[in-house]
Design a protein. Structure first.
Lengths: 290, 508
């Protein structure tokens, strides 16, 4: 009787072990697939021979030549500087705007609140690109295109950021309202409640918002290409690097593109990984509440 | 959910263990989905009627205010701020009067001419005259684009003014009523103070809303108007004019006669079809594979959970223009994948991963998995951990297999909780510009399609090409509006279904 029981137990654990091994194999294969492009990027960035695409993976000669070209012979540094300035300004402005809108819509009840939320929802359904042409003409009217593209882009990003309040609002909604009410009974004004009570509790969502606002400009291609059109000095990294892969440039710039891509990706990725926890909280909270 | 709808009697329901009760609720939710969709559609005319009623009530209100108002209130209908001066609200009075003065000056100096030009969008683009040396001098006159833009700005200024005007008269009316009751109405000082307190939302929302109006609402309104003009490469200001054409562009785009000259209608249909297939396959493949991987990583006894997760999350962190452009070059005809396959002599001819129509479509969907799975893995991990453990335990006692546990517990629970997200990501995929544009740019291009469209183009990337390379703004605007309609209809259905949206107050 006892004998049978133990064999039963063992067979079950053998089955468990088999599924576990299958899972390890699947996950390892996936990890390799996921990492291959990044290894490829690194290998190409340090390749010494020939600047065009080649059909082998590992370079025959490792060198820093591509980085030298990147910094000395191209406008990459000024693109990098532009993007950094935009990202820093955007991190501040967008955070202030998003938190203000989210707090107002989460905590205060006023006439037209529902209407406003529905209106922003409907606006969000228009493809973003539709508004770009007119935005471009409006910016041109104020003189914030091509050579002034950096302030122009800051303005555009900040101005349209009010509509991305959903995740922050979802976070504020989970802070009990009784906290506000207690403070209000003690005579605190709404602005005081906002700065003294809600803000200190909202650290995770503030970090999330700052992080997203800082990272987004590094990858923006659509707006940046239109607004900085015709003035190479004011490109951002995405627009600048994108051109190196078209038919005219690719044979002389492919490895330089990889070097530039690496130089852009590393700080952004490190930042993202360091603050991963807040990102996960943000997306899961936002997704689950719809 | 009312108890009458349940097939189970209330007593039986309450007798279930709490975890099973929840599962039963979830099952009921899915049974009610078709009915809810139909209910939502039925509600549309009702809602429209309610909106009309409210609009009627608004105008009636203005009439009542004029009728019941005393002489001060009545005069304030014409001279804004008039009543306030005599009701000891001088600060408010000055603000309103100033606004009216500025508005009248603006309208007299520019506004009226902008608005009247809008009817034709200009009559003469350039005049060419010969100067005394016999050389041609070109003088630019009407610029349709500027006329339209200034006209739209003026329309928004007028709307803003009408709104202040309404606030002005309703304030007057209120003040009048308060004085009749013997209460002193509030002054500007109170107003400013309350901006930090009861009306703090005004302070918070003012700047963001101004930004949204100027850089989102006005541009969208402008582009909607463009859809009714003939603004394209052969009508480019300042050399040429463009004008109103009514519904002409919509007729071209939606015409049923696809054999004739209207290639646009054919292209639109094909691309719409592919966009829908893309959105559907991309959303669901990401969802289920992401969930599968999350389950694998979170399975008891698996080590390096954090390591696997971090590796996958890398694709979210690296800017897409780097990672996707690089992947597109890896799969290019001259790229490394073809090179290695040839070297291993697995193939003799190069495979056009991204240059043959069907294969390119499959490849973008596959590569999209590489981008999308990490997101879904993160989201589903959070939800998986929230599934009550006693559900699984009771299932194990009942002898349910792993597969059965998945289909009976995990899947329904996941669909219930992440349902709204699933559907919003469907609409997001319709507008997924980055993946397609950076991977293929719409290629392979084909002569069958109008406007330089390619086989993997989505509506949104076609829109981009039409504006940037073809300067066919009118058609781009039409596509934009049609995309909006598709997304709006789908979203309407979602928000009728989503349980989370309705009980917003429950969280607080």
């Amino acid at each position: 009787m006892t004998d049978q029981n133990t064999t039963n137990f063992r067979s079950k654990s053998r089955k468990e072990r088999r599924t576990r091994i299958i899972i390890y194999v699947v996950l390892s294969v996936l990890s390799i697939i996921w990492l291959v492009p990044f290894f490829y990027l690194i290998c190409q960035a340090f390749r010494g021979e020939s600047k065009s695409m080649v059909t082998y993976f590992f370079p025959k000669e490792w060198s820093f030549e591509n980085f030298r070209i990147l910094f000395k012979e191209t406008n990459f540094l000024s693109w990098y500087k532009n993007t950094l300035i935009i990202a820093l300004f955007n991190a501040v402005l967008q955070t202030v705007i998003v938190l203000s809108v989210a707090y107002a819509l989460s905590r205060m009840r006023f006439k037209g609140r529902k209407l406003l939320m529905n209106f922003m929802l409907i606006l969000g359904m228009f493809p973003g690109f539709l508004s770009m042409i007119a935005t471009y003409f409006i910016l041109k009217l104020i003189g914030l295109t091509s050579e002034n593209a950096v302030p122009g882009l800051i303005l555009v990003y900040a101005a349209s950021s009010g509509m991305g309040y959903y995740i922050a609002k979802g976070f504020f909604d989970t802070i009990p309202k009784s906290l506000d009410e207690a403070a209000r009974i003690d005579g605190a004004s709404r602005s005081r409640v906002f700065f003294r009570i809600i803000m200190p509790m909202a650290k995770p969502i503030i970090i999330y918002t700052v992080m997203m606002a800082f990272i987004a400009p590094w990858g923006d291609f659509m707006y940046a290409s239109l607004i900085s059109f015709g003035h190479e000095e004011s490109y951002n990294v995405a627009v600048g690097l994108y051109r190196w892969l078209d038919k005219e440039h690719i044979n002389n710039y492919f490895t330089v593109f990889c070097a530039g891509g690496l130089f852009v990706s590393v700080p952004v990725t490190v930042l993202f990984m360091a603050l991963q926890r807040y990102y996960v909280e943000g997306v899961t909270g936002g997704a689950v509440k719809g | 959910m009312s108890t009458q709808n349940k097939q189970m009697s209330e007593l039986d329901y309450l007798g279930l263990p709490p975890a099973k009760r929840r599962l039963y609720d979830i099952g009921q939710f899915f049974k009610e989905v078709p009915g809810k969709v139909w209910g939502g559609i039925k509600k549309i005319p009702q809602k429209l009627w309610a909106l009309l009623c409210r609009l009627g009530g608004f105008f009636k209100n203005i009439g009542v205010m004029f009728w019941e108002g005393d002489i001060l209130t009545k005069l304030s209908f014409v001279i804004m701020g008039f009543g306030q001066f005599f009701r000891r609200q001088i600060g408010r009075g000055i603000v309103f009067l100033l606004m009216e003065a500025v508005f009248i000056y603006y309208m007299a100096a520019f506004g009226f001419s902008y608005l009247s030009n809008m009817t034709t969008l200009g009559t003469e683009a350039v005049t060419k005259t010969l100067n005394k040396y016999g050389l041609e001098v070109v003088e630019y006159k009407d610029n349709s684009l500027k006329i339209l833009l200034y006209g739209v700005l003026t329309i928004f200024i007028v709307i803003g003014f009408l709104w202040t005007w309404y606030i002005n008269i309703s304030q007057n009316y209120k003040a009048q009523k308060l004085i009749e009751e013997g209460i002193r109405p509030k002054s500007l000082k109170n107003d400013i103070k309350s901006l930090g307190d009861e009306q703090y939302y005004k302070t918070l929302l003012a700047v963001p809303l101004l930004g949204i109006v100027v850089f989102t609402v006005i541009p969208i309104f402008f582009m909607i108007l463009i859809a009714f003009t003939n603004y394209d490469y052969s009508h480019l200001p300042p050399e040429q004019l463009f004008g109103w054409t009514g519904f002409e562009n919509f007729r071209t785009m939606l015409s049923t006669d696809i054999s004739g000259s209207s290639k646009f209608a054919y292209t639109f249909r094909e691309i719409l079809m592919w966009t829908m297939i893309w959105a559907l396959v991309a959303t669901f493949s990401n969802y289920f594979l992401g969930m599968f991987i999350a389950i694998c990583i979170n399975k008891k006894g698996i080590k390096f959970k954090k390591g696997f997760r971090t590796i996958l999350v890398m694709t979210i962190a690296v800017p897409q223009f780097v990672s996707l452009l690089l992947v597109s070059k890896m799969f290019a005809d001259e790229g490394i994948v073809n090179g290695i396959l040839q070297k291993l002599s697995l193939i003799t001819d190069k495979i056009g991963f991204l240059s043959t129509p069907t294969l390119a479509k499959i490849m973008v969907l596959v590569i999209n998995l590489w981008v999308g799975i990490p997101y879904l893995m993160l989201i589903t991990t959070g939800v998986l951990m929230n599934i009550p453990a006693d559900l699984y335990e009771s299932a194990k006692i009942d002898g349910a297999s792993g597969m059965k546990q998945f289909t009976k517990i995990t899947l329904p629970y996941m669909l219930f909780v992440t349902g709204p997200y699933l559907l919003t990501s469907f609409t997001a995929n319709i507008n997924n510009f980055n993946v397609i544009y950076l991977l293929t740019g719409g290629a392979p291009k084909t002569m069958e399609y109008a406007g330089g469209a390619g086989k993997t183009d989505l509506l949104i990337t076609w829109l981009y090409d039409l504006t940037i390379t073809d300067n066919d703004y009118k058609m781009a605007a039409v596509i934009g509006i049609l995309v909006f309609l598709v997304v709006a209809v789908i979203s309407l259905i979602i928000f009728n279904l989503s349980p989370a949206m309705k009980n917003e107050e429950d969280f607080q």
